[in-house]
Design a protein around this ligand. Structure first.
Ligand code: GRF
Length: 204
């Protein structure tokens, strides 16, 4: 699988590095051929460069959509993983990579998703609401925020004395594991999309 990972300006790049590590030690049958960001000083892009992964900086604005498509084409990308990319993808990209774009979200969708619901904001909202369980969701990406079909979810208990920070710290490793697992399911062609439902073929 020829993967592009899209990162944002605010992320640490931990999901990117978790996916990268899995491609290196054989847990994930994929190569990260490109890391895409909108600003060259984004911490996740810097980490990618340090790890020797090719990066493309595609600022939003003029010719954003065509430059994005050209970069993906040039690297012969077949699958996109969003990791902290906080923007909606242009429709042409969603069309071109239909059912080949995934995202990881640090809560159990469809709760606590949507525009502005990222990072700390998500865990703060979960704790403030008084949820007893949270977790993470890997889902396919459509042209909206956090609404695409769910590929897999992992749950994490919310403890009575949890703060947004302590909850985030327990969910993050689950995100990393879930993302690698979901990407490996796609890489090994075990995922079927039937409308909103995602069927996963079991191995024998
Ligand atoms: C993660 O919490 C992910 O769920 C969300 O953005 C954050 C990115 O973190 N979509 P990192 O940059 O991968 O550490």
């Amino acid at each position: 699988m020829k993967l592009a990972v899209f990162v944002g300006t605010k992320g640490r790049g931990s999901n990117l590095m978790a996916v990268h590590a899995a491609t290196q030690d054989g847990r994930l049958a994929a190569t990260i051929r490109l890391v895409v960001g909108t600003k060259d000083d984004a911490p996740a892009l810097v980490r990618a460069q340090e790890a020797g992964i090719p990066v493309a900086v595609v600022p939003t604005g003029d010719a954003y959509e065509s430059r994005l498509l050209a970069a993906l084409e040039a690297a012969e990308i077949d699958t996109i993983a969003l990791a902290g990319y906080l923007r909606k993808l242009p429709e042409a990209v969603v069309e071109r990579f239909r059912a080949r774009i995934v995202n990881v979200h640090p809560a159990l969708l469809p709760s606590f998703g949507g525009k502005g619901m990222y990072g700390h904001h998500v865990h703060e909202a979960v704790v403030a609401y008084g949820c007893k369980v949270s977790g993470c969701t890997v889902h396919f990406v459509d042209a909206e925020y956090d609404t695409g079909p769910i590929l897999l979810q992992r749950t994490v208990a919310v403890l009575d004395d949890d703060t947004p920070e302590s909850l985030a710290a327990r969910i993050l490793p689950e995100e990393h594991a879930a993302y690698v697992e979901a990407l490996q399911l796609i890489a090994t062609d075990r995922v079927r999309l039937e409308g909103r439902r995602v069927r996963i073929a079991q191995t024998v």
